[in-house]
Design a protein around this ligand. Structure first.
Ligand code: URA
Ligand code: SF4
Length: 221
C-alpha cells in the first residue's frame, strides 16, 4: 500500500511538472535551453552565415573576435577595418599593433589574457561608422560572447563601443575616467587606438590613466 501511494505521488509530480511546463509556455524554457547549450563555435557559425544587416553584402570575411576561453579582459572596438576584413581577425592592422603595446605595458598577452572583438562583425564600407540598425542587429552576438566568456573586465575602445555598452550619449572624453557596469561585468571606456595614433599629444596621457585603471581593477579581482 505504501508503495502504491509513493508511485501515485511520483506520478502526480510528473503530471504537475508537465502542466507547469505547458502552461508557463515552453518558449521561455526553450530559450533557456538554447543559452545553456550555446558555444563560441555556434556563435561563429551563425556570424559566418549572417545576413541580418546590409554589411553582409560588402564584407570579405566576418570577424567574430578572438581569444582564449577564459579571458581576463575583453576589448571591444567598433568594427573590422580593411586588414581585419581581409584576414577575419580582429585588430591586426596598425591600430591593433599599437593596442598590443598598450597591453604589453600592463602585462597582458593576446593569446592568454585577452578576447578582442567588435560591436559589428562585418566591415562598414570605407570604415564609416556602423549605423544604429547595424549595431542593433549585431549586438546579440556580442552579448552571447560576453555571457559565455565571463571576462573579469571589459575595455571599450572608442566612442561608438563605449556609448553602446554604457548606454550613454556623452562623447568618449566625458565617458572615460570611470568604471561602469555592463550587465554585471565591469566596463572601462577609453579612446580608440586609431584616434590616439592620429593625435598622440592629446590622448596618450588619458589612455595611460585608463590602462592603469584597468590594471588596478584586474589586480584587485
Ligand atoms: N578598429 C576596430 O574598431 N576594430 C578592429 O577590429 C580594427 C580596427
Ligand atoms: Fe550579421 Fe553583424 Fe555582419 Fe550585420 S554586421 S551581417 S548583423 S554579423
Amino acid at each position: 500500500m505504501k508503495n502504491n501511494e509513493k508511485i501515485l505521488a511520483d506520478f502526480c509530480d510528473v503530471l504537475n511538472l508537465t502542466t507547469d511546463y505547458l502552461t508557463t509556455g515552453n518558449k521561455s524554457k526553450h530559450s533557456e535551453f538554447e543559452i545553456l547549450s550555446d558555444s563560441m563555435e555556434q556563435i561563429e557559425k551563425e556570424i559566418d552565415l549572417c545576413t541580418k544587416c546590409r554589411l553582409c553584402e560588402t564584407r570579405t570575411n566576418t570577424v567574430p573576435g578572438r581569444g582564449p576561453q577564459n579571458p581576463r579582459l575583453m576589448i571591444i572596438g567598433e568594427g573590422p577595418g580593411a586588414e581585419e576584413d581581409k584576414t577575419g581577425l580582429p585588430f591586426v592592422g596598425r591600430a591593433g599593433k599599437y593596442m598590443d603595446k598598450w597591453m604589453d605595458a600592463i602585462g597582458l598577452k593576446r593569446e592568454k589574457d585577452l578576447f578582442i572583438g567588435n560591436i559589428v562583425k562585418c566591415r562598414p564600407p570605407g570604415n564609416r561608422d556602423p549605423l544604429p540598425e547595424e549595431m542593433t542587429a549585431c549586438l546579440p552576438y556580442l552579448e552571447r560572447q560576453i555571457k559565455l566568456l565571463k571576462p573579469d573586465l571589459i575595455l571599450s575602445v572608442g566612442r561608438i563601443s563605449s556609448q553602446v555598452l554604457t548606454g550613454r550619449s556623452e562623447g568618449i572624453g566625458r565617458l572615460r575616467g570611470r568604471t561602469y557596469d555592463y550587465k554585471g561585468t565591469a566596463l572601462i571606456p577609453t579612446y580608440h587606438p586609431s584616434g590616439v595614433l592620429r593625435n598622440p599629444n592629446e590622448y596618450r596621457k588619458p589612455v595611460w590613466e585608463d590602462l592603469k585603471r584597468v590594471k588596478a581593477y584586474l589586480d584587485e579581482h
